[in-house]
Design a protein around this ligand. Structure first.
Ligand SMILES: [Zn+2]
Length: 149
């Protein structure tokens, strides 16, 4: 994982972060109160956003990055180029990273997409970003292909 200044990112990555930041405004989270926005850039150049939607049945909460990926897939866009995730700032300006459920979900998205796409993570007020990838976030993920036939 690399920590970078926003200015070190490619223009399309900066724009993707802006889309994710915009999606934070549509979040609904009375449960933990942390608002997230995600944006996915597909190989065709389309951008799909998601906002976290948490509710009283916490096990069924929907994270922003899963909504963005589901939106892209639902539109037939399964070649992912990059994912940006922006959240409110945590305590002492800490950055929130994807939860365990999303990490596993994204490994499947990555496999279907055919690439270990970059994941750019940023807290709203932070000037620096973290750049990682799906498999770096969850290297020893569950893989259904390991099953014995
Ligand atoms: Zn999640």
């Amino acid at each position: 994982m690399e920590e970078k200044d926003i200015e070190e990112l490619k223009q399309e990555e900066k724009e993707l972060l802006e889309s994710a930041k915009e999606a934070v405004r549509n979040s609904y989270n009375p449960v933990t109160g942390v608002l997230f926005g995600a944006a996915i850039l597909t190989e065709s150049g389309k951008v799909y956003t998601g906002s976290n939607i948490y509710h009283s049945s916490t096990g069924a909460n929907l994270c922003a990055e899963r909504i963005a990926a589901a939106s892209a897939f639902s539109d037939g866009e399964k070649k992912i180029k990059a994912l940006a995730l922006v959240s409110e700032d945590g305590a002492e300006g800490k950055t929130f990273f994807p939860c365990g459920i999303c990490r596993q979900f994204l490994t499947d998205v990555s496999e279907i997409s055919g690439n270990d796409f970059p994941v750019i993570v940023k807290a709203l007020k932070a000037k620096r970003v973290f750049v990682t990838s799906v498999l770096e976030l969850l290297p020893y993920h569950y893989d259904n292909s390991f099953k014995i036939e």
